[in-house]
Design a binder for this molecule. Structure first.
Ligand code: ADP
Ligand code: MG
Length: 351
């Protein structure tokens, strides 16, 4: 071991860092490396500490040709995987170690990796969702140009299906743009004020035709004894909150039973919001949602029942949009559901 080598500079590197000399042993290791590689590292052969083949090969090559290199190091602390980008560079001579040593540093790139993976998954999902209606459209166009050219019955039927498929694509693109807009504004708090009672009344009016088509009764419960005209006012983005409640009521009509109850309540103090809040609940008496789906329900394209959602023209983005809008308003969304009893979506907004 090289006692006379000054390797204190390693402590100035804000990453796990170790030095491996030509004897293939660690001659220094900074404090940050202990969390990743353990204690008492100095003096040991590097391959007993860094066992991953890619890292071993990179260190061996670097000791030989002294050229910089990169490798991947995966660690698992039992709870989660962490990916490190390992950077190797040759330090020509360090004090008495005239032959020099390899400086090995570890950068945690897990977040970047995860973001990359999410982006890839998202692109794959969007492509898949767009391709399905597009394939149908292309197929019907070909049929209309060929075999069904002179068949007016078939033509009408196919055109009607094509129109539905085009509308589905349109909804998907619309939802994607909405999601994008909501996400890009997520850090700006809404400043406008709106009357939540009026707002909910207009949501119910808008959804009435859909409810009637589905033989669903809609009911709005407002708190009693509220006198001042601005009592229902909160700070919020009117268009976005309209979207939240339309999405929730629409889901309740589509996936619920035959009755939907929307209620507005004032809370003197809500624990999670640490202050006065308004609470809007959208409750249905449908089949409910299996608990295994609940944690992931607000993810983009996640559906509890894909078949039903697609059949009803859903994009799978509604609750993702809802979640982002509520988070922009510093509110909370809670989902409770009981099989064969129904589901309750609760929106809490600061007052
Ligand atoms: N009230 C509800 N009852 C039962 N399932 C629901 C309810 N609301 C939402 N879901 C489930 O959550 C999924 C995601 O909802 P959403 O993001 O709005 O997508 P979409 O309605 O386009 O399918 C739906 O596909 C459905 O399976
Ligand atoms: Mg929906």
């Amino acid at each position: 071991m090289q006692q006379d080598v000054n390797t204190g500079f390693l402590e100035a590197i804000p990453l796990p860092a170790v030095l491996v000399d030509q004897s293939e042993r660690l001659i220094a290791a900074n404090m940050a490396s202990q969390g990743l590689l353990g204690k008492n590292l100095v003096g040991r052969h590097f391959a007993t500490i860094l066992r991953q083949p890619g890292v071993i090969a990179a260190i061996e090559s670097c000791l030989e040709d002294r050229k910089p290199r990169n490798a991947r190091h995966l660690s698992n602390d039992g709870a989660q995987d962490t990916t490190y980008d390992v950077t190797l560079g040759y330090v020509p001579s360090i004090g008495a170690v005239e032959a020099g040593a390899v400086l090995v540093t570890f950068t945690d790139v897990s977040e970047r990796e995860q973001a990359g993976q999410m982006r890839r998954d998202f692109v794959a999902n969007v492509s898949h969702e767009l391709r399905t209606p597009l394939t149908a459209l292309v197929g019907f166009i070909e049929t209309l140009q060929g075999p069904a050219r002179e068949d007016s019955n078939a033509r009408d039927r196919f055109l009607s299906i094509m129109s539905d498929e085009a509308a589905r694509m349109n909804r998907l693109v619309g939802d994607l743009l909405t999601l994008n807009r909501v996400e890009s504004r997520e850090r700006q708090r809404p400043k406008e004020r709106l009357d939540l009672a009026l707002h909910l009344q207009s949501v119910l009016k808008t959804m009435q035709p859909l409810a009637e088509n589905n033989s669903v009764t809609l009911n709005l419960g407002l708190p009693e004894g509220v006198e001042s005209p601005d009592a229902y006012e909160i700070a919020g983005d009117p268009d976005q909150l309209l979207q939240v409640f339309i999405n929730l009521v629409e889901n309740a009509i589509k996936y619920g039973g035959d009755h939907v109850e929307v209620t507005l309540e004032f809370l003197e103090r809500d624990r999670s919001l640490r202050g006065p809040a308004v609470q809007v609940t959208v409750r249905d008496n449908g089949q409910g949602i299996d608990p295994i789906h609940l944690p992931r329900l607000t993810e983009r394209f996640y559906r509890a029942d894909s078949h039903r959602s697609r059949e009803l023209g859903g994009t799978g983005l509604g609750l993702a949009i809802v979640k982002h809008i509520i988070s922009r308003h510093r509110g909370r969304l809670r989902i409770n559901s009981e099989r064969a009893v129904g589901s309750t979506f609760t929106v809490l907004l600061p007052r």
